[in-house]
Design a protein around this ligand. Structure first.
Ligand SMILES: *Cc1c(COP(=O)(O)O)cnc(C)c1O
Length: 417
């Protein structure tokens, strides 16, 4: 036997054995059944595969179809030409062109906040959360970091880094009672939560504001799923409803989903220019990795312009109409909710077969099943978009029902979990 040491991992906040052990079987099954690893060319909203199979993607997060909007595409191309450089590779804190500054000013005006851009939400959360944990972004006190159990993986991944700076706990989903207990116990608390959940539902921003007022609670929201799709000028769920928009509320929101561009926006209120510089220097990848490039910025600037016009209202209205149409055709637990994501219930045994049938009929929906989701909650994930036609939605619904979905109004709703 070797006398060299083997390592026993701590696994306090992450565990690849478990992650891959659970997740890879799911991916392999999906892949082997042709409902993952799909490759095709996208033209006019329709994918064509090498074998000629055509389908409409019903699980893309570009809820307003701004990612294929001609003005957004032109914006990307023109910006590259105007600035003449894709990414001048040096930390912006040393030397930068005005490209990011123009974007941040535009988004700042659009959303009424101090905006700092970053390559992605994942990069932003990776960098910001440890700065919050050490008290450098906040009021100088190291907060207890309470991560909501369902916080997106891009936030959850920061737990080990935060835990090296302060104490980290994971709470049940939206557990306000626990949060208040922690607020009574610790001199400062930061709650890390999605503003809008990827399987639907919103953060209790009003109830959290009460705790913010009473205990000086800091809330870190990731509102990626509702930016653009929700609220006036597409300001998202959190900033539409949060009564407290000052240094106690920090929001990140991707510019790749509803916004249809690339990168992310960090939305701050009540922080100084010193804080902005601190973030640019020390928020992990913001200081040491690439920035949004000129093409992504140009796309985002063009998207921001669309957000300022009544075209945004029209796109949001079309999205709402498409959601209502879908709800009038197929039974889901999420029916009547304003967010654009639906899970059409299936069983663990039928869901992959159903996804295959629906795909053969010309629509990609993504199957989710045990062990990725809890037993009894398997289904096909469907995302509505503004650009889907009534005909596409009706034909999708027919294919779903053919594959085992319940028509709307056909019987009792599945029991909410
Ligand atoms: C999609 C998503 C992300 C990833 O955004 P990027 O900007 O691509 O890193 C992060 N958080 C949430 C909640 C998301 O839904």
């Amino acid at each position: 036997m070797s006398d060299r040491k083997s390592i026993t991992p701590a696994h306090l906040y992450r565990n690849n054995d478990k992650l891959i052990g659970i997740g890879n079987a799911f991916w392999n099954t999906s892949y082997e059944n042709g409902v993952a690893g799909v490759v095709g060319d996208l033209r006019d909203g329709v994918f064509t595969m090498a074998d000629g199979h055509e389908f409409v993607n019903f699980t893309v997060c570009s809820y307003l179809d701004l990612d294929t909007h001609p003005k957004v595409i032109d914006g990307a191309v023109e910006s590259l030409r105007r600035f003449g450089v894709l990414d001048h590779c040096i930390p912006r804190t040393r030397v930068q062109t005005s490209v990011l500054l123009e974007l941040e000013e535009s988004l700042g005006e659009l959303f009424g906040a101090m905006v700092i851009s970053a390559l992605s939400t994942a990069a932003a959360s990776t960098g910001l959360l440890p700065l919050i944990a050490s008290g450098h972004l906040g009021n100088g006190t190291r907060p207890l970091m309470v991560f909501d159990k369902n916080a997106h993986v891009s936030m959850g991944n920061a737990k080990p880094a935060c835990a090296d700076e302060t104490e980290v706990v994971t709470s049940k989903h939206h557990d306000l009672g626990f949060l208040e207990d922690m607020c009574r116990t610790y001199e400062r608390v930061c709650y890390v939560v999605d503003g809008s959940d990827s399987l639907g539902g919103y953060a209790p921003v009003k109830e959290l504001a009460v705790l913010q007022e009473k205990y000086n609670l800091l809330v870190f929201y990731d509102d990626s799923h509702s930016l653009s799709a929700y609220g006036e000028r597409g300001i998202g769920y959190v900033r539409s409803h949060a009564p407290i928009l000052d240094e106690r509320t920090i929001t990140v929101a991707t510019l790749t989903k509803g916004f249809g561009a690339g990168g992310t926006a960090i939305l701050l209120d009540g922080y100084s220019e010193d804080t902005r510089r601190l973030i640019e220097r020390f928020a992990g990848p913001l200081g040491y990795s690439q920035k949004m490039n000129a093409a992504a910025v140009g796309a985002a600037m063009a998207s921001a312009e669309i957000h300022r016009t009544e075209e945004l209202d029209r796109l949001q209205a079309k999205l709402r109409a498409n959601i209502s149409l879908f709800d009038s055709l197929v039974t889901t637990e999420q029916a009547e909710a304003t967010f654009p994501i639906r899970v059409v219930p299936m069983t663990d045994e039928t869901v992959v077969e159903a996804a295959k049938k629906v795909f053969a009929a010309g629509f990609y929906t993504s199957p989710v099943f045990f062990p990725i989701v809890a037993r009894g909650t398997a289904g096909l994930r469907v995302m509505l978009r503004a650009g889907q036609t009534e005909d596409q939605i009706r034909r999708l619904a027919a294919a779903l029902i053919q594959a085992g979905a319940l028509p709307a109004g056909a019987g009792p709703r599945p029991v909410a979990k």
